[in-house]
Ligand binder design. Sequence first.
Ligand code: GUN
Length: 290
Amino acid sequence: MTAQIIDGKAFAAEVRAKVAEHVSALKADHGITPGLAVVLVGEDPASQVYVRSKGKQTVEAGMESFEHKLDVSTSEEDLLALVDKLNNDPAVNGILVQLPLPDHIDEEKVINAIDPAKDVDGFHISNVGLLATGQKAMVPCTPLGCLMLLRDHFGSLSGKEAVVVGRSNIVGKPMAQLLLRDSCTVTIAHSRTKDIEEVVKRADIVIAAVGRPEMVTGDWLKKGAVVIDVGINRLPPAEEGAKGKLVGDVDFASASQVAGAITPVPGGVGPMTIACLLANTLTATCRANG
Ligand code: GUN
């Protein structure tokens, strides 16, 4: 069997187009332009690529983009002062502080200093709690993107057996909450899980979010399972000077022989993350304006 390829790139373009439509109506009917502030501390090359991409797509959706690039030596106090300024700026509806932050800055302290209503990452402790208790929360972008792909594929997820591989605060845990909210039977597997292959083999839905290149192979999967690959890993280059191949947490070659449907890397979950960031910024703007 060869799996259906879930085209996250095309789906993300549809989401962005819908967001842009709403933004245009918001401007025309109410004179409101949503604004997203992105804060980058330091010069991590991968973070720079993400931030550039976020800024570009924010503007393309008709929103205002505010980029704050700070030196790697910026103090925690100065970063907190910037967050406070953005919290109080009515032109800013969404705030994203790009992670990871340099070691001398307490990430949790910075995240929890963001106004929860502007926390478009959904990382603030209030939003984590609201999601866990089934209340109206800002939902982290990557798991939200995965959920949208799954709902589009299945319609209802009710009663499905879902296994999330990985227990990070950014993906694994919120993903499990979202699947539970959609009435899946949810298991979180991780590095200490016994017989992880057997656990994954139970799943109708597998979400791989561990950050280990090609860890989930075809022989871990039940026939017909739907596989969502969150991993973005660059393999060492085959020759010096070349760029290493980009792969997910799933071994695509073997998994696609067993799965019913699978997201590719690149072109699967990645584009959905930024599309959901724009959707969250629109949501935050609408909520802020009643
Ligand atoms: N770094 C990697 N992924 C993310 C994300 O989703 N949000 C933020 N703020 N930083 C990240």
